[in-house]
Design a protein around this ligand. Structure first.
Ligand SMILES: [Zn+2]
Ligand SMILES: [Zn+2]
Length: 118
């Protein structure tokens, strides 16, 4: 048996097995390396490899390997929505600057005659 991360051989004493895909890694090759004692034991008993963890956190009922076209277009929709929000925020700022410029013009128009630039 080999660690799927570093490809070195594993022995039973320091490995952790993904409960979903059964991939085995050295504990030291996972995020569990910082844990010890009971917290390590608890995590090892229900550990997911990074692939399965990402799939669990990702789009529901899909894994990262099998994202369908539908999921891609949903993701692109999300991105486009975000981009449009940013654009509308920027245009508000533009309006603000246009108004600000007008106010500056107004102020220079009402300035006393001796301050006016000829
Ligand atoms: Zn390893
Ligand atoms: Zn896994």
């Amino acid at each position: 048996m080999q660690c799927t991360k570093c490809n070195c051989s594993l022995d039973d004493s320091n490995l952790v097995k993904c409960v979903k895909c059964q991939n085995s890694l050295h504990i030291a090759c996972t995020s569990l390396s910082s844990l010890s004692g009971d917290s390590l034991k608890n995590r090892v008993s229900s550990w997911l490899c990074s692939t399965c963890e990402a799939a669990k956190l990702g789009v529901k009922k899909t894994t990262l390997h099998t994202l369908s076209d539908m999921d891609y277009s949903t993701n692109i929709d999300h991105i486009l929505t975000a981009v449009n929000e940013i654009k509308s925020t920027l245009s508000k700022h533009e309006e603000f600057f246009v108004k600000l410029n007008r106010k500056i013009d107004d102020v220079s128009n009402v300035a006393p005659p001796h301050l006016k630039i000829k």
